[in-house]
Design a protein around this ligand. Structure first.
Ligand code: SF4
Ligand code: MG
Length: 315
């Protein structure tokens, strides 16, 4: 069976003020039906670009994106729109993504109206049902986006994404802009939708506790590369890659397999510029356990156990 979503060898760079910015480097990942993948890493690590490539909003320079085995790269907008009935994207800034002069209800059913799948009356009923499913009052269908709080706007975005009954939601920092108390409620909604609708997620976030609530697997990105991928359980318990260890140590007690003498909680140094990538292992400029060859030889992502992969010479 082909996976729901399958990215192979995605490369993407941008030209910024005459310089080449390497945003995504040889990223492969896949999500099976009903499974969810968390994509984590510091801001600027390329997570959002991977999400945008996955849904076809950004064309990769090379590589392949398949949805149920069908290639997305190179498709026209019209063909992509067909494929978007299977996957939808939820962005961080719901306020900006909603149409300010449309009612909330109309915003929700807009994807259906645009494809002439519903008429006005039917659409109103669907909008009310969807609003209820995301925890809003159905009567809020008549309101305008500016009348809602940030958390409510995010719920409207989710209702809108659900309107086409997708199997996959790509969420890019969906709770980061919200108050902490609202974040918890939103995460509850995501988990509920996962269970009730058997929804899959590509859940992009730098918030590890949130990712831990929804993800079955977690991929860690650093400077445009995936440096480790494994089950959420394993990643929280004992990640292998020194960067993952530092990242996860910031939210949890030091994992059992980390030598207490080299505590990694405070990750030294800054993330290097994506304009000027380090040679060898991208993490060598900050890695507390780097060895000689780390500076020259880039470690490939290789299997270290059941579905677990790590890009580190020492793994
Ligand atoms: Fe550190 Fe070397 Fe492993 Fe890179 S390859 S993470 S520099 S030990
Ligand atoms: Mg981002």
């Amino acid at each position: 069976v082909s996976p729901l979503l399958d990215l192979r060898h995605i490369e993407k760079s941008f030209r910024v003020r005459g310089k080449q910015l390497f945003a995504v480097r040889d990223v492969s990942l896949s999500i099976r039906k009903g499974e969810s993948l968390g994509l984590v890493g510091e801001s600027g690590s390329g997570k959002s670009t991977v999400g945008r490539c996955a849904i076809g909003l950004t064309a990769p320079d090379s590589g392949s994106v398949r949805l149920f085995g069908e290639e997305l790269v190179g498709r026209s907008r019209r063909e992509l729109r067909q494929m978007w009935q299977h996957m939808q994207m939820v962005f961080q800034d719901a306020g900006a993504a909603l149409h300010p002069r449309m009612t909330v209800g109309r915003n929700v059913i807009d994807p259906l109206v645009a494809r002439r799948l519903v008429d006005g009356r039917e659409g109103r009923e669907i909008a009310r049902q969807l609003l209820e499913q995301v925890g809003l009052n159905p009567d809020q269908a008549e309101a305008y986006p500016f009348e809602l709080s940030g958390g409510q706007q995010q719920r409207v975005m989710i209702a809108r994404a659900l309107a086409v009954e997708p199997q996959l939601l790509i969420c890019d920092e969906p709770v980061s802009a919200l108050d902490v108390s609202v974040q918890a409620q939103m995460m509850e909604l995501f988990v509920k939708l996962k269970q009730k609708r058997n929804l899959s997620y590509l859940f992009i976030s730098h918030n590890l506790p949130s990712v831990g609530q929804i993800a079955d697997h977690i991929a860690v990105m650093y400077l445009g590369e995936i440096v480790e991928v494994g089950s959420a359980h394993q990643m929280f318990r004992a990640p292998y890659h020194p960067y993952s260890q530092a990242l996860f140590a910031s939210v949890l007690p030091i994992p059992a397999n980390v030598d207490a003498r080299r505590e990694l909680r405070a990750l030294p140094g800054e993330i290097p510029s994506p304009f000027d990538l380090p040679s060898g292992c991208p993490f060598h400029t900050r890695c507390p356990v780097a060895v000689g060859r780390c500076r020259d030889v880039r470690p490939p992502l290789r299997p270290v156990g059941d579905g677990h992969q790590v890009a580190c010479h020492l793994a």
